[in-house]
Design a protein around this ligand. Sequence first.
Ligand code: GLU
Length: 420
Amino acid sequence: MNQPVSSEENPFQAMQARLDLAAARLGLEPNVIAILRTCEREITISMPVVMDDGSVNVFEGYRVQHSTSRGPAKGGIRYAPNVNRDEVRALAAWMTWKCAVVNVPFGGGKGGVICDPFKLSKGELERVTRRYVSGIMDLLGPDRDVPAPDMGTDGQVMAWFMDTYSMHQRSYLPAVVTGKPISLGGSLGRIEATGRGVMLVTREALKHLGMKAKDCTAAVQGAGNVGMISALQLATLGVKIVAISDMHGGIHNPKGLDLEAVKAHLQKHKRLDGFEGASKISNGDLLELPVDILVPAATENVITSRNAGNIKAKIITEGANGPCTANADKILDQKGIFVIPDILANAGGVTVSYFEWVQDRQMFFWTQEEVEQRMERIMVDSFASVVDMARRFQVSNRIAAYMLGVNRVAETTRQRGIYA
Ligand code: GLU
């Protein structure tokens, strides 16, 4: 099994470190803290899959439910070569806090399969997905655990997911998974939701700090669903996007990138490399550019105690889950950087997932405008609640967001009591 390289980079420990700080400020009872520090349920499965050449490959897969105190477990499925159990545990717990911060009635879960989705054929990807669903079937259900896309998975994977589950249950059950194609009960606005949420909270932060979007530059790490759409959405505010990257490296133009051309290049070549009208920049250097807004929207642990001191942005909007380590938090705080933490900044995705689940259960579908308006209200209100908490308790935005989320989960945990 893959393991994180150092304890600073162990995301589950990073989650627990922030939880402990928030719990101390909230004065939570030790019993409740002990419950919230651990995951309710975990499953590890070995999945033999027949590859196109006839050989059999045994993949390892996980599903972790951190909490179902406030509702069914909710959270994506990650297909990546370096997925590991502590990462999935952390991602599951972050989902619990995220759903609680935006106050949608879900707990938190996450899944992962160790594989390289870019190296699998479409048929292999489908067989991996169906085998994974059948392996974790007992945990799933619209009232139990509702997965969604994450790194390396998309609407097609969710369609296979919904089909496998529905076939086994002998029923049409689209609400078992979100992020599906529209024709299978997906919600309008779900694809853009995370990037749009990133834009909305950044817009609120700019207002809060008295900064004008039109005078600002931004660098975005990641050009997937979250990174690319965040860049496009920020540009609609008038922010100049000067750099963007993918896993192979980035492109930089201090005069601003032509994002439509970048998007077209990416669609054609599947990578940013070779884009004309910009110079190359490494993923590490992109983070240290002299920009106003930095959006890490790729993966965990990219801002650590090693490079946090070199960050020049005034605002960091965490499109990714866990891009900053707990040690980096302290340095960013000292520098006075306004961090919009992941469990708030990227919550637009799960908010629209919640809308998708509601629509599927009612078989009554909303317009794009309805989805966008409801999502905007939730993101704007949640931003205001986090900033208010930070001001009242004199804590960072991150600890304020944890306090808001953790307190809501603590409340239902207490109310439900301990079943013994
Ligand atoms: N994977 C996304 C996240 O990390 C979305 C989860 C969901 O919609 O359930 O927030």
